[in-house]
Structure formats: C-alpha cells, structure tokens
Ligand binder design. Structure first.
Ligand SMILES: Nc1ncnc2c1ncn2[C@@H]1O[C@H](COP(=O)(O)OP(=O)(O)OP(=O)(O)O)[C@@H](O)[C@H]1O
Ligand SMILES: [Mg+2]
Length: 352
C-alpha cells in the first residue's frame, strides 16, 4: 500500500473527527444532527489542514530529495531545480545541503576526470613523439650493423641521420624536463634587472644563419630604444625569445621579415616579435600553447618541431605573473608579445 499525503490526511482526519464527535456525544444536550455536523466539519477541516501540511511541507520536499538523489545517481546536476526559498522548512534545508555537497563532489569528480583524460592524452602524445626519433635512429643503426651498406660515404650519411634523430630526442626530453620542472617549481627563478634589447640581439646572432638561408630580414626595430631594462629571469626570458624568434623564422616563407620591438610604459615593457609569415588560423590560435599542439602536424614535424616551444613560453610567463598574447592573420603574419615589469615589484619578487 502506497502512503501518500492524501491517504494519511484522510486517516488522520477520520481519527480526529471520531474522537471529537465521541467526546461531544458525552454531553446529553448535544443533538445527533449537531454531532453529524461536527463530525463532517472536523473531518473536512482536519483533512484540509493535514493535506496542506503533509503535501507542501513534507511530501513535496521528500519527493524533491528523491528526485535530487535520482539525478545525483545519474550525475545530472543541471537537471536539479534548486529553489532557495522556504528557509523555514527544515526538509528544504536538508535538500539544499545535499545539493551543495553533491555539486561540490561533482565538481571534484569532473576535475579528476579532466586530469585523467589530460594525463592519458599526454602519455599518448609523449610516447608518439618519442617513437618517431627512436624508430628512425634504430632503423639506421640496424641497417649499418647488418653490414648492408658498404659505401663509406653512405655509411657516414646514415650515421649522421641517426645522430640527428637522437639529437631531436635529446631536445624533446630536455623540453619535457623543463616543462615539468617549471610546473613542479623545481626550477628556481633568479630575478634580476637586465637589458632585454641586448638579450634579443644575442638571440638574433644565434639565428642569423637560419634567417639568411631563407633570406629573412631579422632585426630589432629601428624605433626601439637603445636600452630596455626589465626585471625578470634572464635565462628564462632567453628561452622565451629563442622560442618566439625560432618560430617566427620557422613559420615564415622566403624573403620574410622578423622584427623585434619594445614598447616602454611607466611600469612595464612590452616585447613584440612580429613576422610576415604564414599566420595562424583563428580556430587554432587558442590551442597553440597546449603541449604538442601544432597547426599542421605533418608540416611542423617536417620543420623539426615537437610542439612544446610555446607551452614552455606560456609556463615561463606564468611564473613571471604575465602571459603571452598573440594576434595573427593567416597569410599575413603573426605578432607574439609579452609584458615584463621594468623594476622589482611585489608582483614578481615573491616567485623567487
Ligand atoms: N610565428 C608563427 N607563425 C605561424 N605559426 C606559428 C608561429 N608560432 C607558432 N606557430 C604554430 O604553433 C604551433 C606550436 O608552436 P610551438 O613553438 O609550440 O611548436 P613547434 O614550433 O611546432 O615545435 P618546437 O617549438 O617544440 O620545436 C606550431 O606548430 C605552429 O603551427
Ligand atoms: Mg616552436
């Protein structure tokens, strides 16, 4: 038998009406018609009152709690109607308590699920990236060991190719280590005041050959000030500029232009690396800072990239309490910029 508010109200009303009428029947002067009227009035009024109390204060809330638990079981928190009124009803409060606890737990579960998915994807990406150079080097070394290549110059070429694959592997492992060390805070930052223009000139010197090979005009803007002091970690900013300039050259066509510029404000310096290269389609711009993300996987790999450069840049800027901005137009070029303080500020010094 299913108990609901209507049935309980009827039973309750009947009992009260019987008790009231029996009590009144003890008085001789009360007529039988008055007893009938009393019975009917107390039956209907108690029924109404009981039904309202049970239905609106207890059963509806209990049903809501059941629905809530049902939705929780199905992990459908959004389907729950969270009505915050009725503070005087203790059941409503219990309902709200369960909801907020469940919402919190659901958030934690979602977060863990995301992390787990990220971890799985990361391991798959790392394995894939490691596999490529290992297989290549393995292939060359085994061919040489089998003695199939008699020609000395061809043997040397094979060895060079194997060495190149292993160098790539070394860069990949170094990049992965850098990323994880920045993330875990193992790399200690050494904040100091230095001339970022001078640093940019040193990086440009390193890339001169690569730029010349593609007839790329790599230079510091003629409008840039002679000295541009910033307060940051020299080694890490060197890494940032190296990655950004390397990308600007790598993703530019022949006869392109790569220009580094500095904009000095009262408290900060904005450094911009501008190229006239292939640009990045808008749907990819947000994702290029993710590990292993490449706009055109096959072309980027061909150009020697693993897709970790910008992830490292992003992490380094985060440790500097700053971020890299990018604006790009496919076919026209890209501008990568980042902001650093000119002097030691409370913002950066605690990260030391
Ligand atoms: N200046 C740029 N112009 C056009 N595309 C760019 C530019 N910089 C980055 N990208 C795109 O963003 C992707 C991610 O860049 P990122 O530097 O992280 O990786 P990568 O250059 O492929 O490899 P790595 O830097 O690890 O050698 C690149 O593969 C490329 O598609
Ligand atoms: Mg890169």
């Amino acid at each position: 038998m299913v108990f609901n508010s209507r049935l309980i109200a009827v039973l309750l009303a009947f009992c009260i009406a019987v008790v009231t009428t029996s009590f009144l029947s003890l008085f001789k002067e009360v007529s039988s018609s008055a007893l009938v009227v009393t019975f009917l009035i107390s039956l209907s009024s108690t029924y109404l009152l009981g039904f309202i109390i049970l239905e609106f204060l207890i059963f509806r809330e209990i049903n809501k709690i059941y629905n809530l638990l049902d939705n929780l079981r199905k992990s459908e928190l959004t389907a729950i109607d969270q009505n915050k009124s009725g503070l005087f009803n203790p059941l409503k409060k219990i309902n709200e308590e369960i909801f907020s606890y469940a919402a919190l737990k659901q958030k934690e579960i979602d977060e863990l699920k995301k992390l787990e998915a990220f971890r799985r994807e990361f391991i798959a990406d790392v394995s894939h990236e490691l596999k490529t150079p290992i297989f290549a080097a393995q292939g060359f070394v085994h061919t040489l060991l089998d003695g199939a290549v008699k020609d000395k110059s061809v043997r040397n070429r094979f060895l060079k190719k194997a060495a190149k694959s292993l160098d790539g592997l070394d860069i990949l492992v170094q990049d992965l280590l850098t990323l994880s060390q920045i993330e875990t805070g193992e790399i200690k930052m050494h904040f100091e005041s230095f001339d970022i223009r001078q640093l940019a000139e040193e990086v440009i010197d390193q890339f001169e050959n690569k730029a010349e090979k593609k007839d790329i005009n790599l230079k510091i803007s003629k409008h840039a000030p002679e000295e541009v002091f910033v307060y940051a970690d020299w080694q890490r900013i060197n890494q940032v500029l190296t990655n950004l300039i390397s990308n600007a050259i790598k993703y530019s066509n022949k006869n392109g232009k790569v220009t580094i510029d500095f904009q000095i404000t009262t408290s900060h310096v904005v450094t911009r690396v501008r190229d006239t290269g292939e640009g990045i389609p808008p749907e990819h711009v947000k994702r290029i800072f993710e590990r292993f993300y490449r706009v055109d996987k096959s072309r980027s790999r061909e150009k020697g990239g693993t897709g970790l450069g910008l992830a490292i840049v992003k992490h380094i800027m985060e440790v500097h309490k700053s971020k890299v901005e990018v604006s790009s137009e496919p076919g026209k070029g890209s501008v990568f910029s980042f902001k650093l303080p000119r002097e030691a500020t409370l913002q950066t010094s605690p990260a030391e």
